[in-house]
Design a protein around this ligand. Structure first.
Ligand code: F6P
Length: 551
């Protein structure tokens, strides 16, 4: 029996209909229940999670947690943490949580203790970071590194680049980070222009070490380096002094010319989009130092323990996941916005897009059957308050239902004066979205204007805000490596919860393969420089136009 036929699902459907028939209104819900805020908020360490401004009541929470129990969520969490091969289409364990486990308690995958490997690799990263910071490992001409360039894409780029930016305040000041991901030559060329080859260290980050974009950019960087640096007979010290790699494919890294001791490993039980906690995070460690990197891991580990051991009703990622299910499957919400009210977190929505949509953008369940219900939301967002002046109009007054996560920090890293203004906007938006503005209020506002009655009547509907828009507020004491680690892990686990309820495999990404295969085929055709006629007429026409247009 599919999840949508289950008793728990059906009860939620009829509960949603009841709420709708009763015109469930958030403001009324607050007015009639003085305990609503306390009931629907959770405090975990420095994180305050307020979900009281959502379209729910106590019955909703009960029915949603019943749904979670009906799919044995607790056992599924344990299976994941203990290294069972829950990524069934790739026959792999899913153990990004092991990357931040500080205790030596063993976890076995194919009878190997992964924790020993994780700790060993972390020590190796630490040693390397120190050797760069101390000026022991230097460029081929003996100069200290000033710039690092992470070459990677998807999970081998988004996590490190988001976190490096988010923790910019904690930079040790030794190095400046650059991230090159796009195969569009503009990305690498404009980056190289800013760099001095003698003081640049390239980090080729790729789980597979075969990704077209990454390998193309890495080869271009290598060529640039060899052209720019003083000639060395074998080119050995030039490549090996200026390139390190992070990969599961050691052989390919060696073939690229990277010294084996400068290859940092991770393992196939770490999904690309969950890999920032592994050596893929080496650029983070180089920028903020190992102490801060370990603190990032510790924050994530704290969230892992909260997720693993807290009853569903007080479990932040479980509640987040269930709220998402509630809106996507019962209220037909198509999207989920994430608005960080912190400029350092500007890249968080981009990072979460991969995390959520690559994980749960599926239409086949783990029994290999097509499913009829929606899965991952279309995730989007931008930093507040900038977002208020671009797309918030649609959130406030369009016909769409858009659940939003608002994230902010009580204490600024820079200016308490600005923070007050920032946070007043953070609070005001969720209140405005809930409260709206009714006809009576608009009429009062217009009472003193010079407009005629007819003009006023025309204008009034435009100024009405229906309100009753759901939001969740995540207020954190301060942006630190630790709290950031917790925040990211919170979203990872939210996605896990949803994947379990939707009965899908959140850990493969077959959907990205087809385009990659076709691009390879078309590249070979373009290289042949003759007109193409073996595709549909649009694709043929476009490729042939491109051939004609070539200067
Ligand atoms: O395009 C999908 C993907 O496989 C992502 O899942 C992954 O993070 C990215 O490509 C990069 O892969 P790799 O680290 O192997 O270069």
């Amino acid at each position: 029996m599919g999840i949508t036929e289950s008793e728990e699902w059906k009860k939620l459907e009829s509960h949603k209909n009841t709420l709708e028939q009763e015109n469930f209104n958030l403001l009324n819900a607050f007015n009639t229940d003085s305990e609503r805020f306390n009931r629907f908020s959770i405090e975990f360490e420095d994180i305050f999670f307020d979900y009281s401004k959502n379209l729910i009541n106590s019955e909703t929470l009960k029915l949603l947690t019943d749904l979670a129990r009906s799919v044995n969520l607790h056992d599924k969490i344990e299976a994941c943490f203990s290294g069972e091969k829950i990524n069934i289409t790739e026959d792999r364990a899913v153990l990004h949580t092991a990357l931040r486990q500080s205790s030596g308690n063993p976890i076995y995958v194919s009878s190997e203790n992964v924790i020993t490997k994780v700790h060993k690799e972390l020590d190796k990263i630490e040693e390397f970071v120190e050797s760069v910071h101390e000026g022991e490992f230097v460029g081929s001409t003996g100069k200290r590194f000033k710039d690092i360039v992470n070459i990677g894409i998807g999970g081998s780029d988004l996590g490190p680049s988001m976190v490096t930016e988010a923790l910019g305040y904690y930079s040790t000041g030794h190095l400046k980070a650059h991230f090159v991901s796009n195969v569009d030559g503009t990305d690498i060329m404009t980056t190289l222009k800013k760099l001095d080859p003698e003081t640049t260290l390239f980090i080729v980050s790729s789980k597979t070490f075969t990704t077209q974009e990454t390998m193309t950019n890495a080869e271009t960087a290598k060529k640039w380096l060899l052209e720019k640096l003083p000639y060395d007979e074998n080119n050995t010290s030039m490549v090996s002094n200026h390139f390190i790699a992070v990969s599961t494919n050691v052989q390919a890294c060696v073939e690229f010319g990277i010294n084996e001791d400068k290859i940092f490993k991770f393992w196939n039980w770490v999904g690309g989009r969950f890999s920032l906690w592994s050596a893929i995070g080496i650029s983070i460690a180089l920028i903020v130092g190992m102490k801060n990197f370990r603190s990032l891991l510790a924050g994530a580990e704290a969230m892992d323990n909260h997720f693993r051991y807290t009853p569903f009703e007080k479990n932040i990622p479980v509640i987040m996941g269930l709220l998402g299910i509630w809106y996507i499957n019962f209220w037909n919400a198509e999207t989920q916005a994430v608005i960080p009210y912190d400029h350092y977190l500007s890249k968080l929505p981009l990072y979460l897009q991969q995390l959520d949509m690559e994980s749960n953008g599926k239409s086949v369940n783990i029994d290999s059957e097509n499913i009829s219900y929606h899965t991952a939301p279309i995730l989007w967002g931008a930093a507040g308050t900038n977002a208020q002046h671009s797309f918030f109009q649609l959130i406030h007054q369009s016909t769409r239902l858009i659940p939003i996560d608002f994230i902010s920090f009580a204490n600024s890293l820079h200016s308490a004066e600005h923070q007050k203004i920032l946070l007043s906007n953070f609070f005001a938006q969720t209140e405005a979205l809930m409260r709206g503005k009714d006809r009576e209020t608009v009429e009062k506002e217009l009472a003193k204007s010079d407009l005629s009655k007819e003009e006023k009547n025309k204008l009034i509907p435009h100024k009405i805000f229906k309100g009753n828009k759901p939001t969740t507020s995540i207020l954190i004491n301060k942006l630190t490596p630790y709290t950031l680690g917790s925040l990211i892990a919170m979203y990872e686990h939210k996605i896990f919860v949803q994947g379990i309820i939707w009965h899908i495999n959140s850990f493969d990404q077959w959907g990205v393969e087809l385009g990659k295969q076709l691009a390879k085929k078309i590249l070979a055709e373009i290289d042949s420089k003759s007109y193409i006629d073996n595709h549909d007429s649009s694709t043929n026409g476009l490729i042939n136009k491109y051939i004609d247009m070539q200067l």
